[in-house]
Design a protein around this ligand. Structure first.
Ligand code: FES
Length: 165
């Protein structure tokens, strides 16, 4: 029976079990190429996800609708990108993404201290420039670029400049 099997399937098992140097290098080249392509793909994906300027302008609110020392939430540039427009006591405006740079909890405006506070780990940011004032956040809040047009405040982009907080 065993001889019958060998004659039906004449395989050189000893040669079959060894991998030639050529086959090994072919495999290693293919594996390396796959890793390189994967790394390039990840880099492109990460770059594409990073916020950029150049978004369409979006009207946030009429100037008269927001009093000094208050804030209003809005979404920019996407409907899920929550931000805060702040009107300071002196009447000036700033706007920031609402996502804490530590672990993404939403920050709230504290007018009495003119700062953005994150209750998750006691983090705080300047409401003037977004820099870190306290706590674990590793970098400043992303600033939303705003303009006043015809009596309204518009979001016109995101400030990508890096800040070490
Ligand atoms: S998530 Fe904001 S301080 Fe940790």
């Amino acid at each position: 029976m065993d001889d019958q099997l060998k004659s039906d399937f004449p395989i050189d098992w000893e040669r079959d079990a060894t991998v030639s140097r050529r086959e090994f290098f072919k495999f290693m080249t293919a594996a390396s190429g796959g890793l390189v392509l994967g790394s390039v793909g990840l880099a492109v994906w990460a770059t594409a996800r990073r916020p950029r300027t150049g978004f369409a302008a979006k009207k946030i609110v009429h100037v008269e609708s927001i009093g000094p020392g208050t804030s209003i939430g809005f979404a920019y540039p996407g409907e899920r990108d929550l931000c805060l427009l702040i009107r300071h006591a002196d009447g000036s405006f700033t706007a920031f993404t609402r996502r804490c740079t530590h672990l993404s909890c939403p920050v709230d405006y504290e007018p009495d201290r003119d700062r953005l506070y994150c209750p998750c780990h006691n983090g705080a940011f300047s409401a003037r420039d977004g820099r870190v004032l306290q706590g674990p956040p590793p970098q400043a809040l992303l600033r939303v670029l705003i303009e006043e047009r015809d009596g309204a405040i518009w979001a016109v982009g995101l400030d990508e400049r890096k800040s070490d907080g």
